[in-house]
Design a protein. Sequence first.
Length: 646
Amino acid sequence: MSAHRSTVAAAVTGQARLALVGSPNSGKTTLFNALTGLRTKTGNYPGVTVARYEGVARAGGHDLVIEDLPGTYSLAPISPDEQVVADVLDPDNANITTPDAVLVTLDATTLGRSLGLLAQVLQTGLPVCVVLTFTDELARRGGTLDVPALQRALGVPVVSVTCGSRVDLGQLQRLLADSADWQRPVIAPPTEPTAAHAWVKSLTLRACYTVPVADRRTQRIDAVLLHPVWGTLVFFATMFAFFQIIFTVAAPLQDGVQSGFSWLGTLVADHVSNPLLAGFLGNALIGGVGSVLTFVPQIALLFLMISLLEGTGYLSRAAFLMDRLMAQVGLEGRAFVALLSSLACAIPGIMATRSLPSARDRFATMMSAPLMTCSARLTVYVLLIGILVNPDASVGPFGAQGVVMFTLYLVGALSAMATAWVFKAVSSRGGPALPFYMEMPSYRLPRARSIALSVWDSCRGFLRKVGRIILVVTVVLWLLLNLPMRGDAQLRSAGVNPADKPAAATSYVLDHSYAANVGHAVEPAFEPLGFDWRINIGVLASLSAREVFVATLGQVAAAENPDQPTKVLQQMTYTDGPHQGKKLFTPATTAALLVFFLYALQCMSTIGVMRRETGGWRWPAVAFGYMFVLAWTMALLTHVIVGALT
């Protein structure tokens, strides 16, 4: 029945389907990227939100579908993502299409540990090809392995693929073209633990495998980086430098992008005679969407540095190091990996909790992950820090803007861990206490192509959000900011002459728009924080995506002065009320706004993923509610304290 289902699936798609299986840090995803290049797509497995990665590889003149399964150490699952691997490779599972064949990556430097997973895969009866990785490192460290002998002992194809070798990759691609004819073992490996151990020992002897000596370079570095004191200091120094780089390196690039959009705005103003079209192009598209796109350099740098830290093997050490800290709040190192994933976006961070074996840990981490500072907040932070802190200001030898950014990220991380402790303490969800196991890869220089693909994929996701969600919301906001339409006669009757004072006419339209009505309606809730209607409408619009807050202020600033939008924001004043005429973005209000976005759950997509993970709306509603109350309270305290100090 399973073979029939797999054959039918292949017949429908016209392509053979191969699954890629391996333990974490075994080179599995690097191999997947090398085989598929950019021809990949992502999705979810049926019924669960564990990420699904599929790509198309070319072999023997035909296209093959390759699926990169989550990393696992065993087919006896203890977490949801490991359960997915077991389900995909189970021929009797009718819910997921069984692959036609399986590629198993084995780290040659840890072959003894890797063979246990291979034995379980061979027991499924599916065609299997073994891909040995890191054989170059095995040789460098003095280990030996007879690949042909291992192939004879296993009874399945075995190929060694060295990172970046086109010859090795070509050999593997030729094998992929004939997956239906792969040799299979005469007898499946034993399942009984004692017999399985003897099977592994027999294989290593027949393959002339000698364990490589310890990597002394790695040991020397780990003596520092995994030290409870020095390792922690290095970690925080690395993170501190992380955010200094975001400002110092990206600032000139951001200025260049912003100058380009300012030039486009001037071009529109000079050559588009229709005022309605000129306003839409200049304010909605260039002023709104363009204001978000100016932060692409920061986004690219953020993901570049994360990819470099991951590619060198440092992030695994950081997770191991943080296991001690996470233990203080009742969590483990895998929870740190999930929280770290939230620096890119809370959605993959929440989905990464599927790697946690404890349901209680999963729930606590999921409810705290949105407090980690994601890339969407980065755009808001950069804008507001630019208003709050002088670019030339410094704290000792360090730039003050980078120090403020690091502080916001640090407070967000500490708040996330504190919240996880609270939710784990009050949660009734049980679960066994299981050990934290993580393979420590040797330090390596990451491949430039893999880093470039990772950064491009992340930036492409950001640009897709700009093109879909942010563009639509920005257009709606432009309509709300410009309706109801008022002719010159109406403006003159209100005491504003558009011909003599176009800026005053624009301000009048904005102050009497539908958006202003909405902003004024919620003013009682936000007035204690120092927010006016323009900030309020930006906060409400950011529920679709946090970046829309930047787009909202960008539209308002571009309407008044398309050449210098940042200067407009810095000089913006209250238009009515008891503070009329006073500066809007005071240090107290700007700091309060930063703290509000630090804590508030301004992302409906995150709430949607949380609903799917928890199976209902109860906990997403709790998350939104507690984070709003926390954001409002902390912003109020910040406004009062900073106001008193300044």
